[in-house]
Design a protein around this ligand. Structure first.
Ligand SMILES: [Zn+2]
Ligand SMILES: [Zn+2]
Length: 349
């Protein structure tokens, strides 16, 4: 088969569209013919050596495609099923975290695209049955590939970590990016008023289209907390989704309303500085600071249901052939993308 292989860490050009050994399914795995795979900042960090990987790798963990072969123990999938993956090739299904429905923290999880040539920038990829979900028939677009990472992570943060309630106000930072735009859609669907923060004038239209009630276009690095307080009557936001990280945290934590919840989701800096904690101020407001990462299979199923109902629309702004994976990573590194990037095998269609 053909695949994007990175033999070692390095600049985007280390990724080559080349011949690779096709995967053989373990007993609990399905081999999926890849229709599309999302390009994600995670792969950029692995390629640069900032997240450890076992090289050579085939990157990619946001896969949609058709099952072409099933392992001997697979019972829930058959050849021909159209499936989407979550971020892992497998979890153990047996440990404390898996048994509690917190499989994203399974200590034996194998990430898709980090551990040798096991990822989705390829014509074929093998994924365990526990990390796949069938795509509802109404969702024909390859954009469904991003259901897990770009949408499911925000569902995890808003619904299951922040426990957003009907009528609350949500601040979404980094609102114009590939995750923020989906957070806005989800928060609106959950009956929230959404305040969206972005530093990119070019992303304002997309933020508005996603449904934001208030859009704050702020200077990169500027303290925007007064702007948020201004549009919330001085009360702040019940839930703050921090998709930017350290550069934004000092402002965003000041905007958390009494009893509010701040959820750390993203970090855009290579080496984020330490942040200063105002413990007295935080304690005096009864706030919670939590974190959320990745997507369980149940959350992925729920995202597909929401997409099928038209509640959430995946925002994809670039579709590139896999041979142009280096260009996809350059776009990701520039931070210029509004929405997500899809890679399709050059041989597709
Ligand atoms: Zn486990
Ligand atoms: Zn991802």
């Amino acid at each position: 088969m053909k695949a994007v292989v990175a033999a070692e860490t390095g600049p985007p050009g280390v990724m080559k569209w080349t011949d690779a050994e096709p995967p053989k399914p373990a007993p609990d795995e399905c081999v999926v013919r890849v229709e599309a795979c999302g390009a994600c900042m995670h792969e950029v960090l692995v390629r640069r050596g900032q997240i450890p990987g076992t090289f050579p790798i085939i990157p990619g963990h946001e896969v949609v495609g058709a099952v072409v072969e099933v392992g001997a123990d697979v019972v829930d999938f058959a050849v021909g099923d159209r499936v989407v993956s979550n971020q892992r090739q497998r979890v153990c299904g047996k440990c404390r975290e898996c048994r509690m429905g917190r499989e994203t923290r399974c200590p034996r999880k194998v990430f898709l695209g980090d551990i040798g040539p096991n990822g989705g920038y390829a014509e074929l990829v093998a994924v365990s049955d526990g990390s796949l979900v069938k795509v509802p028939p109404g969702l024909a677009s390859p954009h469904v590939a991003i259901a897990s990472c770009a949408v499911g992570t925000q569902l995890n943060a808003l619904r299951d970590v922040a426990r957003l309630e009907l009528g609350e106000t949500v601040l979404v930072t980094g609102a114009g990016g590939g995750v923020g735009l989906h957070a806005i859609q989800l928060a609106k669907a959950m009956g929230a008023r959404v305040v969206a923060q972005t530093t990119s004038p070019g992303k304002v239209d997309a933020v508005r289209e996603a449904g934001a009630d208030e859009i704050l276009l702020v200077e990169r690095g500027a303290d925007y907390s007064a702007d948020v307080m201004g549009v919330t009557g001085g009360r702040g936001c019940d839930v703050v989704l921090e998709n930017v990280g350290a550069a934004s945290f000092a402002s965003s934590v000041k905007t958390v309303a009494l009893h509010g919840r701040l959820v750390l989701v993203g970090e855009v800096q290579k080496a984020p500085p330490r942040v200063v904690a105002d413990l007295v101020g935080w304690r005096g407001r009864d706030i919670s600071i939590r974190s959320a990462a990745s997507t369980t299979r149940r959350q992925l199923e729920d995202v597909l249901t929401l997409m099928e109902r038209g509640v959430v629309t995946p925002v994809v702004t670039d579709v590139l052939p896999m041979s142009e994976a280096p260009r996809a990573h350059e776009i990701l590194e520039s931070g210029s993308a509004t929405g997500r990037i899809l890679l399709v095998p050059d041989t597709a269609g």
